[in-house]
Design a protein around this ligand. Structure first.
Ligand code: COA
Length: 418
């Protein structure tokens, strides 16, 4: 008998699309929840056909966000479809959605109605802005959220425009926040027997990750400068947190530094951190012992006004070393650093494959595809990642579970309800 998974028995109606919602429900599915993706008949989640690399197969955008789920097609605006959704709500624990504001209400599934159908139901929603926010009616995608949540104004270089991150701070990050909210509500339900509404706005989830920039705004307001930014001490500060390039955001100065072949390889760089108490080992690693006791260098404060010169010196040292050679030397001195990894390198990384952080999974149309596995590791079980479902792959099976007979299911196919 296989080991039960922690979320075995939790039934999730996955009424999500694009990235933010699907990332949340995929996480729940990895850990054992029965996640049923409810999709519009004919087309399904828009990501099935977005950025396709194979005209006859679901796009990787979809497959990488919907592993371990089942798929039911259902027109939830059609009366027969609504009836199916009502039955599902009666039998499920969680309904997750990330439609535009008000879409679920317009479909007839208000929070009041959902509670009537199942008082134990947890309704979890992603929105762009929080309820009552002056932008609450806006539709939002990833980069919109990064701009609204403070990430863009503080990312990039001071002489360039606000910049968005490649990391999905608006989408997947909000999904992860929502998953924590759902698990919290499930734990709460164990105590009270009641469900509740859980909401996470993309702007708030981005802001939560930008908290150090909110910290910096308050420091700037008070003292007028930020000593860990490259603008200090030679540049100017205005009254808003500036873009700090590749500076470290905490107490440890750091920078992206060129290594051998940077002229031809766009990722021949390392990130180097000058951890305060690692100054001695840094000097030894760089063969610069005279800096160890030199009062012009031996404290973080003393180094601050020449930090860029120090980084330039380290780049000189890195000139004849590949990023891997450099890290192999620096790791012996306990210096926090890493090679700048390309996506190709990550896709081929043996350690990530062995740990299950990147996995190759079977798929009915694609043969196999590469996707991310659980970044969270457990001692009691190892999440097994399975391929994403085809559109409506489990419609008949799910309707049969709900008590519909073969004729009724055939009629629903006929009328495009499923
Ligand atoms: N059957 C029938 N109708 C369905 C359906 C189904 N299975 N699934 C969805 N629909 C309907 C919705 O009810 C809605 O109808 P309505 O506008 O008549 O009320 C319609 O499809 C479109 O939904 P909507 O969410 O408005 O899609 P969109 O493509 O216009 O907008 C987003 C996409 C992402 C911008 C929007 O959903 C949004 O802002 N979501 C919240 C924030 C979010 O999660 N963004 C991140 C996405 S990664």
């Amino acid at each position: 008998m296989s080991t039960p998974l922690p979320l075995d028995g939790i039934k999730v109606i996955d009424f999500t699309h694009v990235q933010a919602g699907p990332a949340c429900t995929q996480l729940l599915a990895w850990y054992g929840a029965d996640v049923l993706k409810v999709e519009r008949p004919g087309s399904g989640d828009v990501t099935r056909s977005q950025l396709r690399d194979d005209p006859d197969a679901d796009a990787l955008y979809f497959t990488m966000l919907n592993s371990n789920k089942r798929s039911l097609t259902l027109n939830t605006k059609d009366p027969a479809g609504k009836e199916v959704l009502e039955k599902l709500i009666r039998q499920s624990d969680v309904l997750v959605e990330n439609f535009a504001p008000g879409a679920l209400d317009r479909m007839g599934f208000t929070w009041e109605r959902i509670q009537e159908l199942n008082p134990k139901m947890i309704l979890a929603s992603v929105s762009g802005f929080s309820e009552g926010h002056h932008y609450e009616d806006l539709k939002v995608y990833e980069n919109v959220a990064q701009c609204a949540g403070g990430a863009a104004s503080t990312t990039g270089f001071w002489d360039g425009p606000p910049t968005v991150s490649a990391a999905a701070l608006g989408d997947s990050n909000t999904g992860m926040h929502l998953a924590i909210g759902i698990l919290t509500a499930l734990r709460g339900r164990d105590k009270t027997g009641k469900g509740q509404k859980v909401a996470c706005a993309m702007q708030d989830a981005v802001l939560n990750l930008c908290r150090v920039k909110l910290r910096d705004q308050q420091r700037l307001d008070k003292i007028g400068y930020l000593e860990e930014y490259p603008q200090y001490p030679h540049g100017e500060f205005s009254d808003v947190v500036p873009r700090g390039g590749n500076a470290g955001g905490g107490g440890q100065p750091g920078w992206v530094l060129k290594c051998k072949s940077w002229e031809t390889d766009p990722n021949a760089y390392i990130y180097f951190t000058i951890q305060g108490h690692a100054w001695q080992p840094i000097c030894r690693a760089l063969n610069k012992p005279e800096w160890i006791d030199d009062p012009a260098y031996n404290t973080a404060e003393a180094r601050q006004d020449k930090i860029m010169e120090i980084f330039a010196f380290i780049e000189e040292w890195l000139k004849d070393k590949t990023k891997y050679e450099a890290v192999d030397i620096l790791r012996k001195f306990d210096i926090p650093c890493a090679p700048v990894a390309s996506m190709k390198e990550l896709a081929e990384d043996k350690s990530l494959r062995e740990s299950g952080s990147i996995v190759e999974v079977p798929h009915k149309q694609r043969g196999t595809y590469l996707t991310v596995g659980s970044p969270i590791k457990f001692s009691g079980f190892k999440p097994v990642i399975t391929g994403s479902p085809l559109l409506g792959e489990h419609s008949d099976e799910v309707l049969a579970e709900l008590g519909y007979n073969v004729e009724q299911i055939a009629a629903m196919h006929e009328s495009n309800t499923i």
